[in-house]
Design a protein around this ligand. Structure first.
Ligand code: PHE
Length: 479
């Protein structure tokens, strides 16, 4: 049974750390962190590339049995410590009489957040590019007919390779996206991060539902439902399972200290089990609905569902060509994705910023600038790996990164190495190392659910995640 929360207002401990103004502000910010390109771009692409239903059902299982327990573990560490992620772990370890070096779990996470931030802004830049392309199209062709009228489908598909070929533009868009993120993080937790979440998340949900309902009427809906939810057990292979767990972690923003950091701004009276359930539920619902938003449009246009990462940036714009008022729908779609991406990138910047601020006793603005400068440089290398630096595969000597440019290396090192390690250590720390008294006081669970959660955190999460880590690093293990 989940214990009841106190008042809705989060009672902050004065003088400890910055904080959310209310429980609902925390929920919106955390849902904002979770809902992002992972849901809109990665989830439909992964589901499509991995055969639909089997992936989707296993994904849901991973969210419930692994994602949710780790999410609760991360937020409770943060809430207990009321400081940046590594400092929060250190405090909990010290109070439990354990080594302060457990803070490594959060340091790995902070590094992971920084790396994800750097390539996330590159993709954020692509989203901005499509916002611009559809806005321009709306101005030139108006509301009649589909998007990009009179232009052959190949030309619309060529927008993405066209952008990839222009390194300068890619870096410029990446920088714009990063600067917008920086602006809100520099303004602080309640003044900036919470502001973005409380305005953009409701706007996101309205656009999202409107486009999904509209897409459902353009045909292809029944086909999409069958595709996403028909379970064919023989399709549930090792690589599909691996893709599903990795996606669940990325989508819930786990393993990179982001949720520890957001948890550190939560008041003592908030029931973390309840809020974690809401956050994971909302994130999963958005991922599933994103599938029901994108696939009907793709099917109605007679396109293939397995285009992978190109699904959102190539198949969908092409599908908008056949859709009534396609330019407007396309514009609204990419504006909505931009909102989702921004509330996530803000959390990615916040985790390393909070650490730099604590560690070097810097002001928030200075800390934000330092982290952003680093992310800009690394991100620029990632952006240029699509063009100028295409042939540069710096880690060719390591089999995990063979033949990869910087963008793919950053993606792989975070999703296959840092995120699983961060999450394994988190579950071991909460399940075995930290004092039960501290954990029990924070987690908001009792009775059978408490026991079940403890079982998942102690056994299932570390074991399943270790298997995933090993298979991710040594793919030959599944042969
Ligand atoms: N969860 C975000 C998404 O789905 C990405 C993210 C990962 C954000 C890790 C913060 C931390 O897009």
């Amino acid at each position: 049974m989940i214990a009841t929360t106190g008042s809705d207002e989060a009672a902050r401990q004065p003088g400890t750390n910055e904080g959310w103004s209310s429980r609902s502000a925390f929920i919106l910010a955390a849902v904002g962190s979770a809902v992002g390109l992972g849901n809109m771009w990665r989830f439909p692409a992964e589901a499509g590339a991995n055969g639909g239903g089997a992936f989707v059902l296993f994904y849901i299982l991973c969210v419930v049995l692994i994602g949710l327990p780790v999410l609760l573990s991360e937020t409770l560490i943060g809430r207990h410590g009321q400081a940046s992620a590594p400092e929060s772990v250190r405090r909990m370890a010290a109070e439990s009489g354990k080594s302060r070096h457990w803070d490594a779990l959060a340091s790995i996470g902070v590094l992971g957040a920084f790396i994800v931030l750097s390539f996330y802004c590159v993709v954020g830049g692509w989203v901005l590019y499509y916002v611009g392309a559809f806005a321009q199209d709306l101005v030139t062709t108006g509301l009649t007919g589909g998007a990009f009228q009179g232009r052959p489908a190949e030309e619309v598909e060529a927008l993405l390779p066209g952008l990839f070929g222009n390194g300068g533009l890619m870096v410029a868009l990446q920088v714009v996206f990063l600067l917008i993120t920086l602006y809100f993080v520099a303004r602080g937790v309640s003044g900036g991060i919470e502001f973005v979440a409380t305005w953009l998340m409701p706007a996101f949900f309205i656009l999202f539902l409107a486009i999904t309902v509209y897409g459902a009427f353009t045909g292809g809906f029944a086909e999409a439902v069958t595709y996403l939810f028909s379970f064919e057990p023989e399709r549930l292979t090792g690589p599909v399972m691996l893709a599903a767990v990795g996606q669940a972690f990325f989508s819930l923003s786990l393993g990179v200290a982001g949720m520890i950091t957001y948890g550190s701004y939560v008041g003592r009276d908030v029931n973390l089990a309840g809020t974690s359930t809401i956050i994971a539920g909302a994130d999963t619902a958005v991922a599933l609905i994103a599938g029901l938003c994108i696939f009907p449009i793709v099917f109605a246009a007679g396109l293939e569902p397995n285009a992978g990462p190109a699904l959102m940036f190539q198949s969908l714009p092409r599908a908008f060509q056949d859709m009534p008022v396609g330019s407007l729908i396309g514009l609204l779609f990419f504006v909505m994705v931009f909102f989702a991406a921004l509330t996530s990138s803000v959390s990615l910047l916040e985790a390393p910023t909070a650490w730099v601020k604590d560690k070097f006793e810097m002001s928030r603005v200075a800390a934000t600038m330092c982290v952003s400068a680093g992310a800009l440089l690394l991100g620029a290398l990632a952006a240029l790996s699509f063009n100028t630096l295409e042939a540069w595969h710096p880690l060719d000597g390591m089999s995990l990164f063979a033949d990869m440019g910087v963008f793919d290396i950053l993606d792989t090192v975070t999703s296959k190495v840092l995120m699983p390690i961060g999450a394994i250590l988190t579950s071991i720390f909460v399940g075995w190392i930290a004092s039960r008294r501290l954990i029990d006081a924070e987690n908001g669970l009792n009775g059978g659910l408490h026991k079940f959660w403890l079982f998942l955190v102690r056994w299932l999460c570390p074991l399943a995640l270790t298997a995933i880590l090993l298979v991710g690093i040594f793919p030959s293990l599944t042969d």
